[in-house]
Write a protein that binds this ligand. Sequence first.
Ligand SMILES: Nc1nc2c(c(=O)[nH]1)N[C@H]1C(S)=C(S)[C@@H](COP(=O)(O)OP(=O)(O)OC[C@H]3O[C@@H](n4cnc5c(=O)[nH]c(N)nc54)[C@H](O)[C@@H]3O)O[C@H]1N2
Ligand SMILES: Nc1nc2c(c(=O)[nH]1)N[C@H]1C(S)=C(S)[C@@H](COP(=O)(O)OP(=O)(O)OC[C@H]3O[C@@H](n4cnc5c(=O)[nH]c(N)nc54)[C@H](O)[C@@H]3O)O[C@H]1N2
Ligand SMILES: [Mo]
Length: 759
Amino acid sequence: MSNDSKSPSYPFASGGWGSLKSVATILMQEKVPLKDSAILLKQNKPDGFMCVSCSWAKPADPHTFEFCESGAKATAWDTTSKRMTPAFFELNTVTSLLNWPDHDLEEAGRLTAPMRYDAASDSYVEVSWGDAFAEIGRELNAMDPEQAVFYTSGRASLETAYMYQLFARMYGCNNLPDSSNMCHESSSVGLKEAIGVGVGTITLDDFEKTDLMFFFGQNVGTNSPRMLHQLQDARKRGVPIITFNPLREPGLVSFANPQSPVQMLTPAQTQISTQYHQVKTGGDTAAILGICKAVIEADDQARAQGLPRVIDVAFIEEHTTGFDAFAACARETEWSEIERISGLGRAALGEAAAEYMSANAVMAHYGMGLTQHRLGVQNVRMLCNLLLLRGNVGKPGAGPSPIRGHSNVQGQRTVGITEKPELAPLDQLAKQFSFEPPRKKGMNTIEAFEGIVKGEVKAVVNLGGNLVRSVPDRLQTEPAWGRLRLTVNIATKLNRSHLVHGEVSYVLPCLSRIEFHRTPMGEQAVSMEDSTGCMHGSKGVTEPASEKARSEQFIVAGIAMATLGARSTVDWDAWRNDFALVRDEIAKTYPETFHDFNARMWQPGGFHRPLPARHRQWKTKSGKAEFMAPESLGEDPDMREKMPDALRLMTLRSDSQFNTTIYNIDDRFRGVKGTRMVILMNKADMEKRQLQEGQKVTLQTIADDGIDRRLDGLEIKAYEVPEGCIGGYYPECNVLLPLWHYAKESKVPGAKSIPVRIV
Ligand SMILES: Nc1nc2c(c(=O)[nH]1)N[C@H]1C(S)=C(S)[C@@H](COP(=O)(O)OP(=O)(O)OC[C@H]3O[C@@H](n4cnc5c(=O)[nH]c(N)nc54)[C@H](O)[C@@H]3O)O[C@H]1N2
Ligand SMILES: Nc1nc2c(c(=O)[nH]1)N[C@H]1C(S)=C(S)[C@@H](COP(=O)(O)OP(=O)(O)OC[C@H]3O[C@@H](n4cnc5c(=O)[nH]c(N)nc54)[C@H](O)[C@@H]3O)O[C@H]1N2
Ligand SMILES: [Mo]
């Protein structure tokens, strides 16, 4: 099913006029004041604010408009003039709000005052900040610290994240799950094992030096659109892009730059992908092994004929381990197996291999299509195998490039948000703050929910996020969430997780980073790390949504002071008024990355964290970069291929949502209108089941754990997707995803390969 890119299913390129119109619409929908819409010009600029949408790199030399449609929507969503005041809750009980769609809850506007759930009126009622902190402190102190969980969604700044992890550890646990646990944790594990750093190794400069790019399972046009600029520039230089994705995503097919007048006035579009391979979901390990097999076979032939070698022999000998076992596996695996599991022909994979063999420097971008599988870590290791074969790590223009999700998700891990004690500098923290940090492994997101379902977890503090919508197995997890003793939500807008509250529950309104953070010490700035490992300062540019909303730093410090009291040596009050003091502490904890933090954060383009793999220093177990032979080609243990009616469901984001935040119900790029309750399905699969376009069906998960997981009312939409694979939307489909259906090494839920049938 390999084909060229001439007939995108969406008639317009990603970007273009549609993109401009869509930005204008959301600015109007959110009634963003005219003067505030001008703040888009400060988005992702060295002296402005870092976008709250994706984490794509912020160039030192930005475009006049360094924002995209998705980023403009995210900005409009935060700078909306709509407000959800305490009066709103006098009119709407929590029980009545449970019937509201996700979109309507957030669309009602920014939270304005701290609130506590009141059982008598079944409503949230305004409280003072002092009373809120005092009760949260009392509640936390009344339980075993190991029963409390401190979740972080990926938006909070480096300063807040550092304070939050320190607080949790001083309180007594490493229960610090974050959104990364559902996202790129397969990269953190897989890249660390293979090349010794848990993050990507490319930077923006590499785009000018690369000869070829791969794109595996990442939807750039929607989820990191500013990257289209780098892709477009590379394409202009003639750099080929080879894409592997079950769907023909418009952004990966072609792009019209909405900020280029010439492209807007003429039909000129840049073709993005030069090869487009519609791999089966979960078929990437097989596809990549196929490419590697072709490369290794070509190398065997070259060696036999005394011709120049195809693989980078010197690199492999000096820098790697495990090559022989991996090469043997590639030679032995039958093409028929590779073709069956990947859904791609030998010839198509051969074309990709030919292009790969003729390129000197190769980057491999990827996203959730690789990580959110039961074999997600293996997928990442396979990608590394492919790159290592020709020395494509640690040289200009080359390297793995996980496109991270939330705007600071990578940075939060960098400054200590982790449940794994070995990844946190515990000895340093002990010394720096004179306390004994807990050494026991904490819970990640899946483990926290296993604990919540079993009744072992009593409290969850959420620094952002909407867990009852974002985690798997809603039928089990949502009711269990409501049985918690304490839920604390630090948030900008109301969402369902706040309504399915614990016995004692708070919703605490925080500032968005787009807003001024004013304290007695003056205006404060924050910082974050982008997808390419660069740290950037970010300044507020607009008035706070409410005078009672507080910075995340203020709220975390307030909870810490109320909980820890004299137990803590930290001057939390000074920190929350002067964020530069927090940055000084971060610099002490991580001097290699953050020395002179306060000065360097304003460097245009940000400052880089050290990435040893970029210099071919391998911080792995063996001290070398490690090849790995795959354990299995991608057969999902839950997927009964033998079951004739089995389908593999991937859950997707539309072009008008940010995770559980739904800006608008339509998916313009994929041509889905008026509903998100759809299944994208191949025509042959429809015919086999005698299904008509528009017909409504029920999906049921195939599992033998005795739980009947179903979702009704899904409308069939004929779509160009490989046979046996279907697409549906996240978070609507999360009821179908079992909590145990995760990658075993990273515990990332297999949200891109849920075995289902139509009933
Ligand atoms: N506007 C916007 N931007 C966002 C987000 C958002 O919701 N909206 N979310 C942010 C976050 S937290 C994240 S993690 C990222 C997510 O960004 P992505 O990594 O792009 O994640 P998804 O949108 O889930 O889609 C993944 C892509 O993988 C493809 N895919 C599915 N299964 C497979 C497979 O088995 N193999 C391959 N090769 N491809 C597959 C899908 O067709 C889809 O194009 O985006 C971030 N940026
Ligand atoms: N089936 C399926 N499930 C998935 C995925 C999938 O592809 N398929 N993707 C997974 C991925 S990649 C991720 S990252 C997770 C995301 O999961 P979460 O982190 O749980 O969800 P978000 O939707 O990012 O969180 C949205 C909420 O954050 C709050 N918020 C917004 N801005 C701020 C801010 O500046 N500060 C604070 N404190 N709060 C704020 C708002 O109240 C908003 O309602 O979902 C995962 N779940
Ligand atoms: Mo994510």
